[in-house]
Design a protein around this ligand. Structure first.
Ligand SMILES: CC(C)(COP(=O)(O)OP(=O)(O)OC[C@H]1O[C@@H](n2cnc3c(N)ncnc32)[C@H](O)[C@@H]1OP(=O)(O)O)[C@@H](O)C(=O)NCCC(=O)NCCS
Length: 161
């Protein structure tokens, strides 16, 4: 990839751009995305409030190319307190270049610093691309609830990355 991926905390001023990015990335996956840009904005504000230090933006050469919203204090009724990956999105033209992996690794570091052992997430049943991607990155499917699949994996030790 030309240029280095820089990961920084997401700001309120990023929300408009991230909403556009989210709508583009979910084209063809509308069942699992947001209905409109304004819904996407509302969702992103909720993610930022909920995830705080886990609301992270990826930039390459100063351009926003993706984000992750990961909460290191999420209570799961089965798994206990986990690092919950609420959302991860990479701009279509930047997919397959390691940006998503870099965002996940940063989220793992946050989870690790909060003493978390597990990362967990929900993914749409029909979002095969993301389901395969998570499997490739070590997540296992552990159940289904309606249109959503629950996945989890142990958070890698920093030295493993
Ligand atoms: C899922 C998503 C975040 C992945 O981000 P990405 O930046 O394209 O992923 P990366 O380039 O970091 O991929 C890392 C590795 O996975 C591989 N990979 C990429 N897509 C893959 C797929 N669909 N299945 C299996 N492996 C895949 C890459 O080749 C790379 O492998 P390597 O390191 O051995 O070369 C991105 O496709 C996306 O934004 N999708 C739309 C939104 C979405 O569905 N989000 C998930 C919500 S639950």
């Amino acid at each position: 990839m030309r240029g280095q991926v820089v990961i920084r905390l997401g700001k309120l001023e990023d929300i408009d751009e991230l909403a556009q990015l989210l709508m583009r990335a979910y084209q063809g996956l509308e069942a699992y995305g947001e209905e409109s840009v304004s819904e996407a904005r509302r969702y992103l504000k909720w993610l930022r409030r909920t995830c705080k230090s886990g609301f992270l933006v990826a930039e390459v050469n100063g351009c926003v190319v993706g984000f992750i919203a990961a909460c290191p204090e999420w209570k799961d009724w089965e798994l206990g307190t986990v690092l919950e990956i609420h959302e991860i999105v990479v701009a279509p033209e930047w997919q397959g270049k390691g940006v998503g992996r870099a965002l996940l690794n940063q989220a793992y570091s946050l989870g690790h610093s909060h003493g978390r052992k597990l990362a967990a997430l929900w993914v749409g049943v029909g979002n095969m691309k993301a389901r395969e991607w998570y499997k490739k990155l070590g997540f296992k499917e552990i159940g289904r609830w309606g249109e959503w699949i629950r996945m989890f994996r142990p958070i890698p030790e920093p030295k493993d990355e």
